[in-house]
Ligand binder design. Structure first.
Ligand code: 2BA
Ligand code: 2BA
Length: 109
């Protein structure tokens, strides 16, 4: 068994959970925050058997898309003026950042 941890954008979250339920996969959604943009994103925990990993990966790929996002200018307040970025910067936020972890034990009581 594996645990898939997938960090995705909030905009794709409902579509992905619907697709997972439809394909009969169990999942848990956690509200999370990106360390860089400091904006909300969603982390899915999906525990499933090894043989389903590829299928779950393709469901994630189909339902999550990458988007460009503007990062607001970084204020120098209280910090080093050298790091001041006076203009918005565009970054590409990926559709999903996915980790697959081995599960040692799985219990439901
Ligand atoms: P349980 O199986 O006891 O699951 C309780 C909660 O534990 C789930 O909430 C989910 O957040 C988490 N969970 C369970 N298995 C998981 C896994 N393999 N990976 C990640 N998280 C897992 P809900 O998703 O709201 O489900 C509530 C109850 O609805 C479940 O109780 C189960 O009896 C049923 N259920 C869930 N998904 C289903 C599905 N695709 N088809 C039919 N019944 C489903
Ligand atoms: P954030 O940390 O808010 O990052 C959003 C996007 O900003 C990233 O998209 C990347 O394009 C850019 N970025 C992040 N850190 C950067 C840095 N130090 N310098 C320059 N640009 C940077 P993604 O790479 O697609 O990541 C989307 C979200 O997935 C991230 O949101 C974070 O929550 C999560 N994530 C990505 N890689 C991770 C990792 N190795 N471990 C844990 N979480 C990760």
């Amino acid at each position: 068994m594996k645990l898939i941890m997938a960090v995705i954008q909030d905009k794709d979250s409902n579509r992905l959970s619907d697709a997972l339920v439809k394909a009969d996969y169990r999942a848990t959604k956690l509200a999370s925050t990106g360390g860089f943009l400091k904006a909300g994103n969603t982390t899915f925990l999906i525990g499933t058997e090894d043989e389903n990993i590829e299928d779950v990966m393709s469901i994630i790929k189909e339902n999550c898309k990458s988007r460009d996002q503007l990062v607001a200018p970084i204020s120098p307040m209280g910090g080093n003026a050298d790091s001041y970025v006076p203009y918005p910067v565009e970054v590409q936020v990926g559709g999903a950042t996915v980790f697959v972890l081995p599960v040692e034990q799985f219990e439901q009581f």
